[in-house]
Design a protein around this ligand. Structure first.
Ligand code: IPE
Ligand code: IPE
Ligand code: MG
Length: 257
């Protein structure tokens, strides 16, 4: 069993992103409706948020609802929206107790008004918190985000708000993740090994970790296991292994672009 104590603090991922998957299958295995799986995923969210805060992770991004998820049956979408509201509401205490600040990425304006209101309320309430930043990806799509970024960049060029010189555009400042560092570790549960339109730009050099565990079964120990696995990886950012080992004591911030 992976333990918290075996994690090396000096190699802690600064930002962990999670594709929380497998709720429907979890419920189906128990002869229940899919929404039963979503409800049982709330405990996994709490455990993951708490464990990340306790470890000192700086950013935790959770993929809660994709743009493509609108294609699900209306009943499931309604249930997911209501669950989102009630979970943000009940978990506000966890956020306050652990000094966690709530942020969002994605097209929040495209969500039902009642969801937008709850998100805005809890963002404001946790705005002064100094610990973990919990980033909820809501109505998120990586391609949508890149298209939006390019559209807004084009507008800025047209209105001469940015210099359209022969340099690469600073696309990052136009993404919904503008103030957030790229993830170091991506976890996807339920055995699926795909990105499903998540953080397509930001995951360029992220370490990927796939586990068979279904999201409602995911506990703190599963997070520790993923982090321990991450700590065995050598992040090379295009360099050779020898260069990485030699530079270990130097500043080994990623250099790519
Ligand atoms: C993840 O579980 C939750 C959301 C996508 C909202 P799923 O609902 O995708 O569960 P499976 O993949 O069908 O088992
Ligand atoms: C990805 O899971 C989206 C979220 C976890 C919110 P999906 O279950 O929607 O992904 P696909 O459709 O299996 O790729
Ligand atoms: Mg799924």
């Amino acid at each position: 069993m992976a333990t918290k104590e075996s994690i090396k603090q000096e190699r802690l991922p600064r930002h962990i992103a999670v594709i929380m998957d497998g709720n429907g299958r979890w419920a189906k295995k128990r002869g229940n409706q899919r929404i039963f799986g979503h409800k049982n995923g709330v405990k996994s969210v709490r455990e993951t948020v708490e464990a990340s805060a306790e470890l000192g992770v700086n950013y935790l991004t959770l993929y809660a609802f994709s743009r493509e998820n609108w294609n699900r049956p209306d009943r499931e979408i309604d249930a997911l929206m209501n669950l989102l509201i009630s979970t943000i509401d009940t978990e506000t205490k966890t956020l306050m107790d652990n000094d966690i600040k709530l942020l969002t990425i994605g097209n929040v304006e495209g969500l039902p008004q009642k969801v937008q209101d709850k998100v805005a309320e809890v963002k404001a309430k946790t705005a002064q918190n100094q610990g973990l930043k919990l980033v909820l990806a809501l109505n998120y799509s990586g391609r949508w985000e890149l298209q939006e970024a390019l559209r807004r960049y084009g507008e800025d060029v047209k209105n001469q708000r940015v210099d359209n010189g022969p340099h690469q555009p600073d696309l990052e400042q136009y993404l919904t993740t503008a103030q957030i560092p790229d993830p170091d570790l991506l976890i996807r549960t339920s055995g699926e090994a795909r990105l499903s339109n998540f953080l397509l730009w930001q995951l360029a050099y992220t370490e990927l970790y796939f586990t068979e565990v279904l999201w409602p079964d995911f506990r703190k120990e599963n997070l520790y296991e993923a982090i321990l696995n991450y700590q065995t990886r050598e992040r090379r950012f295009g360099k050779t292994s020898e260069q990485v080992v030699r530079n270990k004591t130097k500043n080994n911030a990623p250099q790519y672009g």
